[in-house]
Design a protein around this ligand. Structure first.
Ligand SMILES: [Mg+2]
Length: 288
C-alpha cells in the first residue's frame, strides 16, 4: 500500500486548491486502490448525491438501477457501501433497504450495519432539548405557508424549500430563537435548518467511526474511503476527512473543501457503475 500513502499526501495538498473536475481523476485514484487489492469503503450522502433534489423530500426515491449498482459492490467482502444522511434512520431504511448497506441517519448520530448498531449516547441524553427546539420552531414558524418542521427523534429540521422569499425574515427569526438553546447546534443545509445535539459529532465523525468498525481486523490504513456529498453538512465532513478519504463534492457551488468535483447526481451514478465494472474486471468473482 505504499502508493496509497503517496495518494493521501497529494490529496491533502490538493484540497487547498481547486478540486479536480469529472469522473476520470476519481476513477484513477479508485482503480489504483482496486489494483492494490485495498479494502474499499464507499459512503454517500442521499439527497442531492444519490437522488435528485425534489420539491417534496418524501418523493426522493433511489432508482432501481442504482440499488442494483450498490448490490453489485457489496457482494465483495472487501467493499462496504453506506449512505449517510440528515434523514432519520427509519426514513433512510425505507429508501435504501438493501441488506448489507450501512445506513447512518441524523447526520451519523445513529448508524446501522450488519451486526452493528450505534446511537450517540449524548444525543440520546439531549433528546429533550431537541424536542423543546421543535416545539419552539412550530410555535414561531409552524404557521408560515410552505414551511415544514420535521421531528426526526435525535434531530429536528425546518424545511423552507416551498416557502415564499417574503417569509424568510420570520423563518430566520424562529431559527435564531432555537439556535441559542443549550446543548444544540445549527447545521444549515440546502433550504433546511437542522437542529442537532451539540455533541461534536456529525457526518465526518461518523465516517471515521464506520471505517473503524465495519472492517473487522486489519489496519485502517489499508481502507480506501470514498466520501461523496453535495451540501454544506458534507463540507464539514470533507474538511474532517481531508487526509483520510477521497472526497467528492457534487454540484457547482463555488466553495468546497473536497478534493474532487462532480457536476450532478447522474455523474455519481456513473461513478458507481464504473467502479462496479472495474472491480468486476479486476477481482475474482465473490463467493456466493
Ligand atoms: Mg445532500
Amino acid at each position: 500500500m505504499q502508493s496509497r500513502t503517496g495518494q493521501i499526501g497529494s490529496l491533502a495538498a490538493r484540497t487547498r486548491w481547486v478540486p479536480e473536475r469529472g469522473l476520470a481523476p476519481i476513477l484513477t485514484e479508485l482503480t489504483s486502490a482496486v489494483d492494490a487489492s485495498a479494502r474499499l469503503l464507499v459512503l454517500l450522502d442521499y439527497d442531492g448525491t444519490l437522488t435528485s433534489i425534489v420539491n417534496d423530500p418524501r418523493d426522493a426515491w433511489l432508482p432501481r438501477e442504482v440499488q442494483a449498482l450498490l448490490s453489485r459492490l457489496i457482494r465483495y467482502p472487501r467493499v462496504h457501501v453506506g449512505v449517510i444522511s440528515g434523514r432519520a434512520l427509519d426514513d433512510l431504511r425505507e429508501r435504501v433497504g438493501l441488506a448489507g448497506v450501512i445506513r447512518a441517519g441524523c447526520h451519523g448520530l445513529e448508524i446501522e450495519a450488519d451486526g452493528l448498531a450505534f446511537v450517540h449516547p449524548l444525543a440520546t441524553a439531549y433528546q429533550e432539548a431537541v424536542r423543546t427546539a421543535g416545539e419552539a420552531l412550530r410555535l414561531h414558524a409552524g404557521s408560515i405557508p410552505g414551511i415544514e418542521i420535521e421531528s426526526k427523534g435525535l434531530t429536528v429540521a425546518l424545511h423552507w424549500r416551498n416557502a415564499e422569499p417574503s417569509a424568510m425574515a420570520r423563518v430566520s427569526a424562529a431559527i435564531e430563537r432555537v439556535r441559542r438553546l443549550n446543548h444544540l447546534r445549527l447545521l444549515s443545509g440546502r433550504q433546511v435548518a437542522e437542529i442537532i445535539p451539540d455533541v461534536g459529532w456529525a457526518k465526518g465523525e461518523s465516517v471515521l467511526w464506520i471505517r473503524d468498525h465495519v472492517f473487522a481486523g486489519g489496519p485502517v490504513e489499508d481502507v480506501v474511503t470514498l466520501y461523496v456529498g453535495d451540501d454544506s453538512t458534507d463540507e464539514l465532513a470533507f474538511a474532517k476527512l481531508a487526509a483520510q478519504a477521497i472526497t467528492v463534492k457534487v454540484g457547482e457551488q463555488p466553495y468546497t473543501a473536497a478534493a474532487y468535483r462532480l457536476a450532478g447526481v447522474g455523474d455519481v451514478h456513473r461513478l458507481l457503475a464504473t467502479l462496479a465494472r472495474e472491480i468486476e474486471n479486476r477481482w475474482p468473482p465473490p463467493a456466493s
